[in-house]
Design a protein around this ligand. Structure first.
Ligand SMILES: CCCC/C=C/CC(=O)SCCNC(=O)CCNC(=O)[C@H](O)C(C)(C)COP(=O)(O)OP(=O)(O)OC[C@H]1O[C@@H](n2cnc3c(N)ncnc32)[C@H](O)[C@@H]1OP(=O)(O)O
Length: 411
């Protein structure tokens, strides 16, 4: 059936462009040329009802013009999404009777529009602009480098970012160093999250390459002291930490951790800011802050007691107890544990199904939940970062790091 609807939608676009069925397209919505998929916004249709205009009138019109420049056909699902968002932005909630069961193409359009429910016009307009800008950037990048099975969205050195099936995957890519997080990696993860928040994917996944998810902060971060001295280093690291954790607090889409192996330190604490945490049964969860003369970060001083209760949180964050995947699941930090042999297959099958859910509903639901305590989380993040700034200057911390490098002590 989907194939039939797909063919009909392509046909609808062709007919609309040929002008044989102007009524198939609402006034103002761009039509699709067959093949090159350049979109024509016939001059007479450029008029968009007053209600669609407003603060982002320019963005909205630009987005409609941008759609004309797409080099690749964005696919029927995206076309229906563009159509639905356009109608919602210009006319508000779906206000027409549902077409008959055999009127497949109008029924598909009606359903796409109706699925947006009571999404405010401004949000629909913004989502339209966001979707088009995501399409334009991926259309540009795909014209530069031939994508493999996954569409590479950007070139980073320490992470690999790909997007397919409505899922943007950010993979930590320093397996030889257990995906320890260097300063460059923190920056690249933030850039990747920023790009993922704007692309056309529905959910975003963070995972690790190799046998580790991540061994947390790269302890060499503390060895390259700038000419301004250790105080400046500690201050800059606190700013980096606060910005890094802040990008998880503010991330607008459903965010999933696919924990492919052991996780240490900050890679564990920020899990409290994810929406789903799927782990292989090989994974362990270790926050050895006291061993390192440090203190909790990633908002864990607030999220962990909430998630697992104060006693279990203290055992992890203060006393450094390492949890197995089963224990992390029992304590609520992990959503589900999978056998390592079937982990990737089961998890990605599940995620691909989730990524087919209505994108706006997922995003808005995530934002309703996160908005309840976003301010609190930012306050906790600021507090944790300023305390760590002092801790990093302590002899306890410096001795612990020297011990690690002198191979006296591993976790
Ligand atoms: C600016 C923001 C700051 C945010 C602060 C966050 C706090 C934290 O994240 S605290 C946690 C810090 N992480 C650690 O202390 C882990 C240290 N690593 C280890 O204890 C062990 O490497 C391991 C238990 C994770 C793994 O041991 P294993 O024997 O399996 O492998 P190794 O041979 O030790 O590791 C391979 C290779 O990778 C290097 N490496 C591993 N983890 C780190 C790390 N966190 N920092 C720097 N380097 C790391 C390790 O030295 C090895 O390198 P060589 O092959 O060159 O010897």
């Amino acid at each position: 059936m989907a194939g039939v609807v797909g063919r009909l939608i392509r046909c609808w676009c062709r007919r609309a462009v040929a002008g044989r069925s102007r009524s198939a397209l609402p006034s103002g919505h761009p039509a699709l040329h067959p093949g090159c998929c350049s979109l024509k916004v016939p001059a007479l249709q450029l008029h968009v009802s007053k209600t669609a205009m407003g603060a982002s009138q320019k963005d909205f019109e630009n987005a409609m013009n941008q759609v004309k420049l797409l080099k690749e056909d964005p696919g029927n699902e995206v076309k229906l999404k563009l159509y639905a968002l356009y109608k919602q932005a210009t006319e508000g909630p779906c206000n027409t009777p549902k077409p008959g069961v055999f009127d497949l193409i109008n029924k598909a359009k009606w359903e796409a529009w109706n699925a947006l429910g009571s999404l405010p016009k401004e949000t629909a307009r913004q989502n339209y602009v966001d979707l088009v800008s995501g399409l334009s950037s991926s259309s540009d990048s795909s014209s530069q480098a031939k994508p493999e099975a996954d569409r590479k969205q950007a070139e980073y050195e320490t992470v690999v970012m790909t997007s397919e099936d409505g899922i943007t995957k950010i993979m930590l890519n320093r397996p030889a160093k257990k995906n320890a997080l260097t300063e460059q990696m923190y920056q690249e993860i933030m850039l990747a999250l920023e790009a993922a928040s704007k692309d056309d994917s529905t959910i975003t996944v963070l995972t690790g390459n190799g046998d580790y998810y991540s061994s947390g902060n790269d302890l060499t971060n503390f060895t390259n002291i700038p000419p301004e001295g250790v105080e400046a280093k500690a201050k800059n690291s606190a700013i980096l930490l606060r910005n890094f954790v802040g990008s998880f607090i503010d991330f607008p889409k459903p965010l999933v951790a696919v924990v492919n192996g052991p996780a240490v330190g900050i890679s564990v604490t920020v899990l409290g800011l994810f929406d789903l945490v799927y782990a292989t049964d090989r994974a362990t969860f270790h926050t050895p802050f006291s061993h390192l003369g440090q203190t909790p970060e990633g908002c864990s001083s607030y999220t962990f007691p909430k998630i697992m209760g104060p006693a279990k949180a203290a055992e992890m964050l203060i006393f450094g107890k390492k949890l197995t995947a089963g224990e992390a699941y029992a304590q609520g930090l992990v959503t589900e544990v999978f056998p390592d042999s079937t982990f990737q297959k089961e998890v990605w099958t599940r995620l691909k199904a989730y990524s087919k859910l209505p994108q706006n509903a997922l995003r808005i639901s995530k934002q309703i939940i996160r908005s309840q305590e976003k301010e609190k989380l930012h306050a906790v993040n600021a507090k944790e970062s300023s305390i760590l700034q002092e801790r990093w200057l302590s002899s306890e911390c410096m001795n612990a790091i020297m011990n690690f490098f002198s191979q006296k002590a591993k976790l």
